[in-house]
Design a protein around this ligand. Structure first.
Ligand code: PLP
Length: 285
């Protein structure tokens, strides 16, 4: 199945990018990951809006109009053999003929790349037990709201989690829970759902927004506010959310059980609401 690169559809093996591409040299680019269920891209408008916002945040113009992105995504989905997929999009500031931190002047053509892969879902057994996580200091830069490809701090945090036998690393900055290395984090205390606010120190997750909408529309008590590390450790429930993880309970934190040590009722309910919502949206098309 083909990948998309700069206006062309071609086999992955034929998709070449210059070694002077600024994505390679500086991590100077942006990306998106869009889940596809039954060959329908979920929340595609929101993902493309976030792509636009991130591009604006790094002073780039979008190389494709929204409808052109939709065409690319549609073609990739339909050329791929799987019903459930993950679409990856990446745009970089392109390849200059010299290496210089400042933007190429005159500007060069950006690099736009997209490909489909099978959606990797969480097995029911893992959902039933929940996963383990560690906390680590948040060493990232000051614009974590931008979905940029410079992910070294996230990579190191996730690797530290894996080496500790854990699924995720929760990032703590100034004593506050921000998010996971590749997920947003929610906490439940005494039946109230707590969500860290959208600031420049957290990625505004597409799944995070769905969770807030579901909580509000279904009467789940919700507080959007900063969560102290001490509150995280005293939580009844902790969950991670992302486009591919959906809603996944964290039942062990730094080797200690979270609440009962098993996935809790608020998270279970939210997972079910999320499935219902997904199925409703996808059926409507
Ligand atoms: N936070 C970070 C740092 C991420 O990389 C991601 C994406 O995987 C998320 C949160 C969740 O975002 P979304 O729900 O849009 O997948």
């Amino acid at each position: 199945d083909p990948v998309y690169l700069n206006g062309q559809y071609l086999p992955l093996a034929d998709a070449g990018i210059s070694p002077l591409d600024r994505g390679f040299l500086y991590g100077d680019g942006v990306y998106e990951v869009i889940p596809v269920y039954s060959r329908q891209a979920f929340r595609i408008d929101e993902h493309l809006q976030r792509l636009q916002a991130t591009l604006a945040g790094i002073h780039m113009t979008n190389p494709l109009a929204v409808d052109d992105w939709k065409t690319v995504i549609f073609k990739l989905i339909n050329a791929a053999p799987w019903d459930d997929q993950s679409i990856y999009l990446q745009v970089t500031r392109g390849a200059d003929n010299k290496r210089d931190h400042a933007f190429p002047s005159p500007p060069v053509a950006p690099t736009a790349f997209a490909f489909a892969s099978p959606l990797v879902t969480t097995p029911a057994e893992t959902r039933a037990t929940g996963v383990a996580a560690i906390t680590v200091p948040d060493l990232r830069w000051g614009r974590c709201d931008l979905k940029v490809i410079s992910l070294l701090a996230n990579v190191l945090a996730r690797q530290q989690a894996v080496e500790a036998g854990c699924a995720e690393a929760l990032l703590i900055r100034d004593g506050l829970l921000k998010e996971g290395a590749a997920s947003n984090i929610f906490v439940v205390k005494d039946g109230v759902l707590l969500a860290p606010p959208k600031t420049q120190l957290m990625l505004p997750g597409i799944t995070y927004d769905v969770i807030l909408e579901l909580a509000e529309s279904r009467g789940q008590p919700l507080e959007i506010r900063e969560i102290a590390e001490t509150e995280l450790r005293a939580a009844d429930e902790v969950w991670m959310t992302s486009s591919t993880k959906e809603v996944l309970a964290i039942t062990t934190l730094d080797g200690q059980p979270v609440g009962s040590g098993r996935p809790g009722p608020v998270g279970e309910r939210m997972w079910q609401w999320y499935q219902d919502f997904k199925n409703t949206v996808m059926r409507k098309g």
